[in-house]
Every structure is written in C-alpha cells, then in structure tokens.
Design a binder for this molecule. Structure first.
Ligand SMILES: N[C@@H](CCC(=O)N[C@@H](CS)C(=O)NCC(=O)O)C(=O)O
Length: 224
C-alpha cells in the first residue's frame, strides 16, 4: 500500500472536478495528466488500475477510485475540515447534498450532455441522431428548472451559502452546456460565475490543462 495521492486525468469537464476538490481542500497530489481518446487510458499500466479505462481516477494510500462524484465525496469525507468540507456530515444536509450530486451526474451529465456528445462530435462512433441530440438539449433545459427554483431565493450556491460538491458537479455541467450552445438563464450564469470565481477553480483550471501544446480538446471539454 503506497503512501501517495495520485490523480490521473486532465483536460475534460469530468477530470476538472477532482482537481477542483483537491484545491478546495488544500491537498497536495501528484498528477498523471493523461488525456481521453489518446490511447493513454488504454495502457497496461492504467488498465491495471481500472478496467473501466476512464479518467478521472484517484489513487490515495492504496485506495483506487473512479467516478468524479465518488472521488470528490471521498476526498471531502477523508480530509475535509469544518471550514472546507464539500459534503456535510449531518445526515439530512448530507442527503440533500448527495441528492443534488446524483441528480447532476445522472440527469444533466449522463442523460443530457453526454447524449449530445455521443451523437454530436462522436457520431462517427455512436451514430448520427439529430433528434436524440435536440431532445437531450431540451431535456437539459427542462431539468435545469429545479436548479432555477433552488437559486430563486438567490442563495450563493445551490444549497445556500455553503459551497459543496454539488456546486463542483453542477458548475462543470453548466460550463459544458454553455460550450455546447445550450442556453441557460442569467441567474444560472451568475451562479456559475460565482462558483468559478473561487480561487480553487483557477488552480483547477491550471492543473487540469492538457499538458502538451498542440493537443486539442474538443469544445465539449470531454472527448468520450
Ligand atoms: N461518469 C464518469 C465519466 C468518466 C468518463 O467518461 N471519462 C472520459 C473522459 S471525460 C474517459 O475517460 N474516456 C476514456 C477515453 O476517452 O479514453 C465520471 O464522472 O468520472
């Protein structure tokens, strides 16, 4: 069991999530900035860590974890302090935070934006499906109504004054949607700017940047 913290992955809307969490929590880490669809997730070394062959992946003192939402939840649980915790410990507050996290990952990321990705830029692999694309964009906007409602009272973040893991996930999806030309309201844009104003986001942008000049990450910010 190695005494180490290594984050694998850079360059995408999913990889920036653990970068952001690590910076919020003030944690040091080694970075293996491998990129999607370059063959780097298919190497024997990486496949030995995860047969899913997906980034981000965290190695932390012998623990191997994939799934961006699981990684940021773990980091908060293991290392968060009262002043910077990203997932509350109180069971009710925790449940509400996780409700948002699961909602963002399943409804906004997987069901909407990733469908657009598959049948848009990746149509050569997954097939052209303009109707599915349009329906996914519409679904995203429909699902965002609950976000609108939560922000109506004009709280700073989605759960109020406290920045949480749900904001990392939601903000990365809003940024992704905007890059895809899906329109979101001024209220949501203002919320997203507040989230991205945080110093940890600026650090995350830097460490999540694709390492080699000349590598072009497509506008979605995710290539698979
Ligand atoms: N649900 C996963 C999605 C991870 C995912 O699909 N990652 C993509 C990049 S954004 C990937 O690693 N694709 C493999 C490849 O392109 O080689 C998460 O949130 O972590």
């Amino acid at each position: 069991m190695g005494n180490e913290r290594i984050l694998w992955g850079a360059g995408t809307s999913r990889t920036i999530r653990p970068h952001w969490a690590l910076h919020e929590l003030g944690l040091d880490f080694e970075l293996r900035p491998i990129l999607p669809r370059t063959g780097q997730t298919k190497t024997a070394e990486f496949t030995a860590l995860s047969a899913r062959q997906k980034i981000p992946l965290l190695q932390d003192n012998g623990l191997i974890l994939t799934e961006s939402a699981a990684i940021i939840t773990y980091l908060s649980d293991a290392y968060g302090q009262p002043h910077n915790r990203l997932v509350p410990t109180d069971p009710r507050q925790r449940a509400q935070c996780l409700e948002w996290c699961f909602f963002v990952i399943s409804e906004l990321d997987a069901t909407s934006l990733y469908v657009m990705r598959r049948h848009g830029d990746l149509r050569h692999i997954y097939g052209e499906a303009p109707q599915a694309n349009a329906a996914a964009a519409e679904y995203f906007q429909q699902q965002m109504r609950t976000v609108e409602r939560a922000l109506e009272a004009d709280p700073h973040y989605i759960l109020g004054d406290r920045f949480t893991a749900a904001d990392i996930l939601l903000s990365t999806c809003v940024t992704w949607a905007v890059r895809y030309g899906v329109s979101v309201s001024d209220r949501v844009l203002a919320y997203n700017e507040r989230a991205k104003d945080r110093p940890a986001y600026t650090h995350a942008l830097a460490t999540n940047a694709p390492p080699a000049a000349g590598i072009v990450i497509p506008p979605s910010g995710c290539s698979v």
